[in-house]
Design a protein around this ligand. Structure first.
Ligand code: FAD
Length: 378
């Protein structure tokens, strides 16, 4: 009988294993991982640099202390994002793996867990055999980025044990729109971007926006995608009708009508050249067409450029899963199930999602630490 079985060898699972074993070295701990190696998503995170936390997260100091203890130095950029000092995600994964090895924590890769149930103890059915464990941690992540092993299995296993799972939605992803943006594809612009529902602003972000063939992308758009949800009772077809994206290319200027009026008097700025150098050419052309040459309308569109979302890009492109194991059913101080004794959860499998900037890995490390310490305590 295994003392602690951890299903999912990602950021949360590895952290939990290390914390449990350090607190109680006598424990027999096994991590079961579906893919051929653990922590594949860590390697892809932060564009290969792994933005592991953020100084705006309440408990970032604990994550820093944990990594300092593993021998990993970090650096913080001007926006508060924390990275390994070498800015390579590999360093984070290696630091975790090295400690797992030193502590003698057993790992089993290439072994998807297919189902779990509980009698006297937990029965864990993998593709190869059935294992028994006294305590079980589900840390299989969400559904975003299935290429890294996360296909929603954590939610299925939680349901098998009687837990409720809130609706899973791909977030931190590009947004596709109804308008034809293909001529603007690849163009970047610094802007304030708002997501509105009916005429209420749900969220706004300032940053670099990127047009794609089918819509918009960039960190500011990723963050807005967390609020683009199909209302209850609606479907993919009609669920986004009442949303609108508004782009303000000049958040710091109130005088665009004056600028355009002045330009009209200047040689070389006639008609379709009125918007020259104000926005990139394909955007200028688009606004000119939309305004039908009306100067007032051009000034308005530069500050209030409308797009109609038709959905967020799917699971393959999303970085994070919104929704997961219902938080009401978890004691969040210990990451312990309130329904089943000796069952724990950590990481993205729970109903938490944060914005870009290190919040999601912070959640994985923080909940992993809590679960690991708690599992070793009792
Ligand atoms: C491209 C990309 C970039 C990202 N960049 C950042 C970033 O810079 N900063 C940030 O904070 N967040 C980032 N994220 C999000 C962040 O990586 C995740 O929120 C975080 O890794 C979640 O950790 P986790 O341990 O819960 O799950 P994961 O790291 O996803 O690990 C879950 C593990 O469980 C395994 N597993 C799944 N099902 C089973 C099963 N049935 N049996 C056994 N094992 C199973 C999976 O193979 C996987 O290894 C990024 C995500 C992506 C996709």
């Amino acid at each position: 009988m295994i003392d602690i079985c951890i299903v999912g060898g990602g950021a949360a699972g590895m952290t939990a294993a290390i914390c449990a074993k350090e607190r109680n070295p006598a424990l027999d701990i096994l991590i079961i991982e579906k893919k051929e190696q653990m922590g594949k998503k860590i390697l892809a995170s932060g564009n290969g640099k792994c933005n592991l936390s953020n100084i705006r997260c309440q408990n970032f100091q604990e994550t820093l202390a944990f990594f300092a203890h593993l021998g990993l130095l970090t650096r913080t950029d001007e926006e508060g994002r924390i990275y390994p000092y070498t800015e390579e995600a590999r360093a984070v994964l290696m630091a975790l793996k090295k400690r797992l090895e030193v502590l003698g924590i057993r790992t089993m890769v290439d072994s998807p867990v297919l189902s779990v149930d509980k009698e006297e103890c937990f029965q864990i059915h993998t593709s190869r055999d059935c294992l028994q464990a006294r305590k079980l941690l589900i840390s299989c992540g969400g559904k975003a980025g299935p290429q890294f092993g996360t296909t929603g299995d954590g939610s299925k296993l939680a349901k098998q044990l009687g837990h409720h799972v809130t609706r899973l939605v791909p977030v931190l992803t590009a947004i596709d729109v109804k308008e034809d943006t293909s001529k603007m594809a690849g163009i970047r612009a610094k802007a304030r971007v708002m997501l509105c529902h009916r005429s209420e602003t749900l969220a706004e972000e300032t940053g670099e926006l990127q047009f794609t063939k089918t819509g918009v992308s960039g960190i500011c758009v990723f963050n807005l995608s967390r609020f683009l949800l199909i209302p209850e009772g609606k479907t993919m077809k009609d669920g986004f009708e009442e949303y609108q994206i508004l782009i303000d290319f000049f958040p710091d200027r109130e005088d665009l009508l004056e600028v355009l009026t002045e330009r009209r008097k200047m040689r070389g700025f006639e008609r379709e050249h009125l918007l020259d150098f104000l926005v990139r050419e394909p955007i200028a052309e688009y606004i000119y067409q939309l305004s039908k040459g009306d100067v007032k309308e051009m000034a308005r569109l530069l500050r209030c450029f409308p797009l109609s979302p038709k959905g967020a890009r799917g699971w393959d492109y999303a970085q994070v899963t919104k929704g997961g194991v219902s938080l009401d059913e978890i004691d969040l101080t210990a990451m312990k199930s309130r329904l089943i004794e000796n069952l724990y959860f950590a990481g993205e499998v729970i109903d938490y999602d944060g914005p870009c900037g290190g919040y999601n890995l912070q959640n994985a490390f923080e909940t992993g630490m809590l679960a690991g310490e708690e599992m070793a305590n009792e």
